[in-house]
Write a protein that binds this ligand. Structure first.
Ligand code: AMP
Length: 283
């Protein structure tokens, strides 16, 4: 695996490969890698000649400074995992390399509803930060294929919008990969490392509350089932930011389901200090 720390060197190297006709897949991450991340590497390897991953804990997307400080860093283990998975290139930039002119935003990304719905509502500025870093990474790498996890459902929609705003949708194809789960159903996440043993046991309730919605939803009003799912978490000591049943395309809440529209159930909840998110497509 080749390691790049400088944006210019990586950009020139990728450009040279693409001129030789090599297809490039890109998997951006914040490290503390688990099998969910590795599944994206595997998808990229199937479709491309070269797979590039990045590890960069992006300060501009953390609305809570404590969350940033406590974000797990396991770089040596990450490098081993990437090598074992057959990743060709790792980009490991410094903050200065990604933000040579400082972290203050230079532009506002017009994300429309995504900015105020769900994660947008509870994590003010989060998606502007996500766009800030992905804009820079996509300009450096200019991949043919970009790999994202369904685990961050709304983020996939935001990044699709960014790709559209950057005018690169004919160049960079977005691939959304399924959420990898632990055997009990908990969605794999770097944040799971921060859970105590007792919290880890409880954390599966997020998946179970979403599964409860999936298994019991029928056409008609959706609030009753949603409120039951919220109670499943709050009764066990979770601080629930939201559970929503939403249109899978627009993320608008659906409070009366016609039985046909494609739906997604999304959840975000704190177990003490640790905020976890998950989602399930319902039909
Ligand atoms: P992160 O390091 O959390 O920024 O995640 C990097 C990429 O991995 C994002 O596209 C995530 O959606 C994806 N990802 C995170 N967790 C999982 C998972 N459990 N299954 C599949 N993809 C995931």
């Amino acid at each position: 695996m080749i390691l790049f720390k400088k944006a210019n060197s990586l950009h020139q190297w990728v450009d040279a490969q693409q001129r030789k006709g090599q297809k490039v897949g890109f998997v951006p991450t914040m490290g503390a890698l688990h099998l969910g991340h590795i599944s994206l590497i595997e998808s990229s390897r199937k479709d491309n000649d070269i797979t590039i991953s990045s590890i960069f804990v992006n300060p501009t997307q953390f609305n809570d400074p404590k969350d940033f400080e406590k974000y797990p860093v396991t770089i040596e283990k990450d490098i081993l995992q990437l090598e074992q998975a057959g990743c060709d290139v790792l980009f490991l930039p410094s903050v200065e390399e990604i933000y040579p002119n400082g972290t203050t935003p230079k532009q506002h990304y017009d994300l429309q509803e995504m900015e105020i719905l769900l994660e947008g509502k509870f994590r003010s500025g989060h998606y502007q930060g996500v766009c800030q870093v992905l804009h820079r990474l996509l300009k450096i790498v200019q991949p043919d294929n970009l790999y994202l996890g369904q685990k961050d459902y709304q983020q996939c929609m935001v990044i699709s919008r960014l790709v559209e705003l950057m005018g690169i949708n004919d160049k960079t194809n977005i691939n959304i990969c399924p959420t990898l789960r632990e055997t009990d159903g908990l969605a794999m996440s770097s944040r799971n490392m921060r859970l105590s043993e007792a919290e880890r046991v409880k954390a599966v309730l997020i998946f179970q509350s979403l599964s409860y919605i999936k298994d019991n939803l029928v056409a008609g009003e959706t609030d009753t089932i949603k409120n039951k799912a919220i109670a499943m978490l709050s009764d066990e000591g979770f601080r629930v930011d939201y559970i929503e049943i939403a249109d899978a395309k627009t993320l608008q809440t659906v409070s009366n389901w016609d039985g046909k529209k494609k739906l997604v159930a999304l959840a975000a909840a704190f177990l003490n200090e640790v905020r976890l998110i998950d989602n399930l497509l319902l039909n």
